[in-house]
Write a protein that binds this ligand. Structure first.
Ligand code: ZN
Length: 415
């Protein structure tokens, strides 16, 4: 092993600051906007704080540390370009409308080809591919004739044709600060402090305005013709879903997440088969972005409290453990919708007032809101749904009163 190079803690302004390409966030021309460079192969080229791959950058560090991965590996991006065409949309040129992803993130290998020839290591932050998915609930919907096998959107065997998009977060810090209502300097300082001092450039380099945060990203599933999404003449269904590993993957019955997600997919298929399209947004914000450890602690606290798991104490238990009820910051969520060029949602498959308000406050029209059908709610999830309805969720059948709240009980921990 050769002697490791000394670590240089970067500070502003330094000589390298003059070398990096500027980013003019919100510029519609990608060449004028400039590429976001968070790669580590040439430090003087970096014009963003943090690095690529979100939370997976830590695993990359392990692979470099034990020699599995060469630190200077350059990705070969041959044949990786998007499998479907997205945009550009006018929203891509609005610095206030999209602040948490790079609208050009899927296209870098094409639009910045001249920079690659000059030795710049520009990484895609968005990937667009196509797939077939098959879900037992959709098989059931086919059996009950709620969904038809049309050979195009739903193929034989119940295989659903989708376009799927993975998006890594790219934060324009002035826009993020504005969206959550704090000064940018405060945001930078607290991000630095609350990550244990992980990114010193947050406080040392005010000239760098773009941050690649080490967090989970977003996956988009599109059902039907991708070109229909931004066409106001076509109907659009949207489900906005925040990750719930326990229910989504493992079928836990304490919440409505998977049943509602699958209902959203069913509505998207129906809308696509009627000539429109459907979009599922899946955000990695486990346990209301409090994390799964906190979530499981709260489950225990709910079920062990005096009187058992009750709708009237649902939010209180979360607040006791986490200090807050929710950290998802739904005001950032509509960025993906704007990136897709969506201006109207005909069917929003969500009862969340926070998601609805974020969407309409960002300028997107919502026509109908689709609640989860009563017969899809697991018995133990009544606590959650009644508590949420009482707290402001969309309830076409009326808000539960104090008696219903007090009487709605979940299963005991040991049962
Ligand atoms: Zn859940």
């Amino acid at each position: 092993m050769s002697k490791p190079k000394p670590i240089v803690l970067r500070s502003q302004p330094d000589k390298s600051a003059t070398k990096h390409l500027p980013i003019d966030w919100g510029e519609i021309d990608p060449l004028k906007r400039g590429p976001v460079i968070g790669s580590l192969s040439k430090l003087s080229h970096r014009n963003a704080i943090g690095t690529h791959s979100g939370s997976y950058s830590v695993y990359r560090a392990l692979a470099v540390a034990n020699g599995t991965l060469q630190a200077d590996h350059l990705p070969d991006l041959t044949n990786t370009s998007p499998a479907e065409h997205i945009g550009p949309h006018p929203s891509w040129g609005d610095a206030n409308l999209i602040v948490s992803l790079d609208p050009f993130g899927a296209l870098v290998s094409e639009i910045y080809s001249s920079f690659y020839q000059q030795g710049y290591d520009i990484r895609p932050t968005i990937a667009v591919t196509k797939a077939h998915i098959n879900l037992p609930e959709i098989q059931d919907a086919i059996a009950h004739k709620r969904v038809l096998i049309d050979g195009k959107i739903v193929k034989s065997g119940g295989n659903l044709v989708v376009t799927k998009i993975a998006i890594d977060p790219v934060w324009y810090l002035p826009g993020i600060a504005n969206r959550i209502g704090v000064e940018e300097s405060v945001l930078r300082r607290v991000l630095f402090q609350q990550t244990g001092g992980m990114f010193s450039d947050l406080v040392r380099r005010p000239d760098l305005q773009v941050f690649l945060p080490p967090i989970g990203g977003t996956t988009v599933y599109i059902i039907g013709d991708v070109a229909h999404i931004s066409d106001p003449e076509k109907q659009l269904a949207v489900r906005v879903h925040d990750e719930c590993n326990g229910s989504d993957v493992f079928g836990s019955d304490i919440c409505t997440c998977r049943p509602y997600l699958v209902h959203g997919i069913e509505i998207c298929i129906q809308t696509a088969q009627a000539g429109g399209s459907g979009v599922i947004l899946y955000f990695r914000k486990e346990g209301r972005a409090l994390g799964e450890v906190t979530k499981f602690l709260v489950y225990n606290a709910r079920k062990r409290q005096p009187g058992g798991d009750r709708a009237d104490a649902y939010f209180t238990r979360t607040e006791c453990v986490a200090g807050v009820q929710d950290m998802r910051f739904q005001e950032l969520m509509p960025d993906v919708l704007h990136w897709l060029g969506i201006s109207r949602i005909d069917r929003l498959v969500s009862m969340s007032d926070q998601k609805y308000n974020a969407i309409i406050n960002s300028g997107i029209q919502v026509c109908d809101r689709i609640p989860i059908p009563e017969d899809r709610i697991p018995a133990d999830a009544q606590v959650e749904i009644i508590a949420k309805k009482a707290a402001g969720y969309y309830t076409p059948d009326g808000v539960p009163d104090a008696t219903i709240l007090g009487e709605t009980q979940g299963r005991d921990l040991g049962d």
